[in-house]
Design a protein around this ligand. Structure first.
Ligand code: COA
Length: 186
């Protein structure tokens, strides 16, 4: 059994051990390569911010999962556009934060860490971004086999023909509609 209490989420550091993440399938190799070769550069040069799941007892910190976030926008069709006012319903491209990468180590999968990454991310945006800068949606180009995972946390598939057949269909989460109070962090 995994002792989830010993894990914590924090920003990536230059001396983190990025080499041990195991995802169990070659299809996920790009997620491992990004963590090893690109994540810290993107983080320090303000392209995308990476938050890593680490076990507090290990040093240097072995990374057990990560989420990478960056600015983005989403173009919605009429049926899915916000309808609060004529102004919002006329607008086409809405401000968003994109989950650029998300991965949980094979050994920890199925223990709720992926969901906790999403909950943390939504709370973080509500606390740190939405009070200061317009940001309506959380979006992700989902891998097809993770669509159900995202749907379970309230993400919706962009409803266009092209998107339904896309290898990485775009999914979105409406941060305004789902505007509950922020809860505890991971
Ligand atoms: C997708 C991923 C992040 C999920 O992380 P996780 O920690 O295993 O997810 P959780 O334990 O929080 O699962 C939450 C729910 O989603 C379900 N779920 C998770 N992955 C799923 C999948 N691939 N297919 C169907 N359901 C899935 C779980 O069964 C669970 O359902 P429940 O609440 O009814 O029990 C993880 O499997 C992973 O890193 N996969 C490889 C990389 C990847 O696909 N990343 C996403 C890139 S877009």
């Amino acid at each position: 059994m995994v002792d989830t209490e010993t894990f914590t989420l924090r920003q990536i550091l230059s001396d983190d051990d990025t080499t041990k993440l195991s995802l169990g399938s070659e299809a996920y190799t790009p997620l491992k390569i990004f963590l090893k070769k690109t994540a810290f550069d993107f983080h320090q040069y303000e392209i995308a911010k990476t938050y890593v799941l680490v076990n507090q007892t290990s040093s240097p910190s072995r990374i057990w999962g990560y989420i990478t976030l960056m600015n983005s926008e989403i173009v919605l069709n009429e049926g899915q556009r916000p309808q609060e006012s004529t102004a919002t319903s006329r607008y086409e491209a809405f401000p968003a934060i994109k989950i650029a990468r998300l991965a949980v180590d094979k050994k920890l999968q199925g223990n709720g860490f992926g969901t906790r990454f999403l909950d943390w991310c939504i709370n973080h945006i509500k606390l740190a971004i939405m009070p200061h800068v317009g940001c309506r949606f959380l979006v992700v180009d989902a891998k097809r086999d993770s669509i159900i995972f995202y749907q379970k946390s309230g993400f919706i598939l962009l409803d266009t023909e092209a998107n339904h057949s896309d290898e990485h269909p775009l999914m979105f989460f409406d941060l305004f509609r789902e505007n509950g109070l922020p809860t505890g962090i991971i």
